[in-house]
Design a protein around this ligand. Sequence first.
Ligand SMILES: [Zn+2]
Length: 399
Amino acid sequence: MPYFVRILLLSFVFCSTTLLFLPTKVLASSSSSFSSKIRVKIGQNLKDVTVGGTDIKRYLYGTKDLRQYPGRNSIKFHCNDGKDGSNGKARRLAQIYSPTGVLSWEGKRYRGELLLISNASSGCDLINIVPLESYISTLLSTEMNGTWPIEALKAQAIAARSYAIYKIQNDSTSKEKGSESYYDIESSEKHQVSGSFFDATPFTDEAAKKTKGMVLLTKEGSELVPIFYHAKCGGRTIAPDQVWSNSVTGYQSVACPHCNSSGQKQWTKTISISQFKNFVNWLARSGHISKSVDVSKIKEGGLYLPTDDLMKSKVGIYQADNLLVINKSLFRRYFSKTFFPSNRWKLTITEKELSFIGEGLGHGVGMCQIGALDMAKSGKNVTEILNFYFPGHKIARVY
Ligand SMILES: [Zn+2]
């Protein structure tokens, strides 16, 4: 079936005095061949930025000044807290390039170019413009483990590439305050954590190369949607709308027998009634439960929980005759990801506290990485792994 995916191509053209930055949207079919790039925000709110490299070329957008620094050199940029008359809009300050294809910043090396932008409020952001397959290769070491079996790495590469291309196509990531979009994705837990030059290994390079251009699309409609993954589901993956407020096409909750032999079996946590009271206050303030809930009536010995089990995505707690129904993922959002390792847990309530016994690590949506490792070790290939965790999706090559 023919399908078309819009890809953002970034071209860099050097001429005698200027460096042109030409973002162009093109249609790419499965038969076209080109290398795509991704713009990754690797640093934010920076005061000073020092970039090193060999024969560096640096272009200043303000003065249109292009300069070359021969030999091994470094350039320092000062960021002026956005007090530069740019009316609160992010704008490009400088672009840095080396003919070696590698630049260094803060002790790490990066393939591709670096773009420095004023983020208008607090200093500069640094963007790495990198070939997509290089981005995927380094990411396999940071988001998974570069020493894992190749079929698990390939599954991770396809999942991460799907998410990255989704972000490239929906270029709303940095489109704020009326400014142009200067990056596609953040290297952070919020999006995906990518690595630097030395995170790539022959194994991660091979996994990226062998899956080049491959993504997951929905079986119905061939849509590119955000593809998620997590460390360990603990027995069952969950759907996006059980964790976040919106549903995502194609996802199904899947029973996973593959991750129980590795990693921590269970986790336990306890919170006091007064901590729970603060949590309910936050729920009411942020509109997750009715504001008419009388939080002052929550007290020791006053809470009753009919039943709960690991499979439920919501928990119902009685305070006198009032039933509070709370989405389990909100506990993790409020008390932090480190306090609540996963969204899969069972609650019990005593007079003075609430106790949680949980399984898994991470939000629980999409591919279970420990499960993918187990499947790869037992001889399953990338297609079998992805078909298992994404039964509503199919693998497709988009470039
Ligand atoms: Zn699992």
